[in-house]
Design a protein around this ligand. Structure first.
Ligand code: HEC
Length: 485
């Protein structure tokens, strides 16, 4: 006998079966009694509206879960609170029917688009065992509501690549943009550009002014920015510098459409822009940008300094400016730090003093590189430290003080590579296990480095800066001293 579950999945795989579902008709039968024929909501608040409901937009799994297992408890829809119960429909409706109904619900001003039945089938399978109704906050944790569009209508953003010496706002009207794109989110944002240097952006959009009166516009940026209303400059953040330099300007406006233009210049380093407005008919201080206006004198990018504790080293695995993508950084007690690159088994950077500011990383959700907290960083290795050989990184061991030993193989030789702090710098010991006698060429740095002294204990460097390591059968040990000021 076929199990019903097997049968259900066979049915779900029949595309004709799915296409035959009549979304509008099914909606009238199973949903409209509570939610209204056009999703306008039930009479006297008996059920919340589905039309233009954020719950019915974005990730379809949220709605799918509601229909399959029901919903109870507090929710907010279109600014109104509900605390009701919607019964589950998963046992009555199959995957194709639910997909057709939700595709119809999407047409109630919810962005349109098809909800595929595979999605319904996947959610049903995943929560097969579930019996409980969903709670609103439980669903929102997993499927946050999409943010409503911002106040700037018909917003476009133009991008300008600027020359390196451009330190003040150019006359954008005289420049040709390199790219231009509409911004349906209706908010000023640096999305896509936040990591670049030497560029400009110009946003142009429209604000609806409901009532006559005086309006305030606030602006903050890293680096320079200016905001114009109907062609008139209302506020600017001049000069180069970080966030936290908020300026405010006022302008009188009549009801209707106000044309907004924001110009921005990024020189180097961190980026940021924040704008908002307030005035008659505007709820509070409404954001015109994706980020909030930084409070005065408080940098929006907080510094998070990582420090070694006691006799223990501290580690950092994320991107560091000026290094490879798989770099591992270590800050040793006593104030010497390094970056080891797992891609080429090289010691990439060393620097004295403080370790790393992890702030950009945490504050920018991960895409920005962090910076060594030192003006004096020694760049040691770019290329292959074992010229002509191939290597593969195998892993890392940590001792009681969290000092790492990097383990890798070089053409069949197994190498344990342990750096540690030493007088005025780093001592790096290579323990190489060899199956036979031979020689290994090692380049501890790939370029000459000013201010660095390099010594191989008992070894002499060749003219090209490499060391030829004589290998006996068994374990061999070589120590190099990287001296910095
Ligand atoms: C018996 C009445 C009833 C029926 C039938 C019903 N719902 Fe609901 N629905 C509710 C109630 C009540 C809530 C709010 C529950 C709460 O307060 O937690 C709700 C909430 C929702 C929500 C989330 C909130 C919102 O308004 O966007 C969605 C989506 C939804 N229902 C879709 C449907 C769909 C699709 C159907 C038909 C398959 C359906 N409902 C059938 C009563 C019903």
């Amino acid at each position: 006998m076929l199990s019903t579950r097997f049968l259900a999945s066979v049915l779900a795989l029949q595309p004709i079966f799915v296409q035959a579902e009549d979304g509008p008709l099914l909606y009238q039968t199973y949903c409209s009694a509570c939610h209204g024929a056009a999703g306008q909501g039930g009479a006297e608040g008996a059920a919340p509206p589905l039309a233009k409901s954020l719950w019915a937009q974005g990730d379809p799994d949220r709605m799918i879960k509601v229909v399959l297992h029901g919903l109870m408890g507090e929710i907010e829809v279109l600014g109104k609170e509900y605390n009701l119960v919607m019964p589950p429909q998963g046992a009555v409706l199959n995957d194709g029917q639910i997909a057709a109904i939700l595709t119809h619900v999407r047409s109630f001003g919810n962005g349109g688009g098809k909800v595929p039945f595979e999605r319904v089938a996947a959610v049903r399978a995943k929560f097969e065992e579930r019996e409980a109704y969903w709670k609103g906050d439980e669903l929102l944790k997993e499927h946050p509501l999409p943010s409503p569009p911002g106040p700037l209508k018909n917003l476009i953003r133009k991008f300008y690549a600027l020359p390196k010496e451009q330190r003040s706002m150019p006359d954008y009207a005289k420049l040709e943009e390199n790219a231009s794109a509409s911004q349906p989110k209706g908010l000023i944002s640096l999305e896509g550009y936040s990591e670049q240097d030497h560029f400009g952006l110009v946003w142009e959009g429209e604000l609806t002014v409901k009532r006559e009166g005086e309006f305030s516009f606030s602006l903050d940026s890293d680096d320079t920015s200016a905001l114009f209303v109907d062609g008139e400059k209302v506020v600017e953040v001049p000069g180069l510098g970080g966030m936290g330099r908020t300026k405010t300007g006022k302008v009188s406006l009549h009801p209707g459409v106000a044309k907004i233009r924001v110009e921005y210049l990024e020189f180097t380093g961190y980026t940021g822009i924040a704008a908002s407005w307030s005035g008659p008919g505007v709820r509070g201080n409404q954001l015109l940008s994706t980020s909030e206006v930084a409070k005065k004198a408080k940098p929006s990018i907080k510094m998070i300094e990582l420090k070694p504790e006691g006799t223990r080293a501290v580690h950092y695995r994320n991107f560091i400016a000026g290094t490879g993508n798989r770099s591992f950084s270590v800050g040793y007690p006593g104030g010497v730090n390094l970056v080891f690159n797992q891609e080429n088994c090289g010691l990439e950077l060393i620097w004295p003093g403080r370790f790393i500011d992890a702030g950009p990383r945490w504050n920018n959700r991960g895409t920005v590189r962090s910076f060594p907290l030192s003006g004096q960083v020694y760049h040691l290795q770019k290329g292959n430290p074992y010229p002509g050989r191939t290597f593969s990184f195998q892993g890392m061991e940590l001792d009681d003080h969290e000092y790492p030993t990097f383990c890798y193989s070089v053409d069949g030789l197994s190498v344990r590579d342990r750096p540690q702090p030493a007088e005025k710098g780093i001592e790096r010991t290579l323990t190489i296990e060899s199956k036979r006698a031979g020689e290994l060429v090692f380049a501890p740095i790939s370029q000459s480095v000013t201010g660095l002294t390099l010594e191989g204990r008992g070894l002499t460097a060749r003219e090209d800066g490499t060391f030829h390591l004589p290998l006996r059968k068994g374990d061999n040990s070589f120590t190099f001293h990287y001296g910095i000021q």
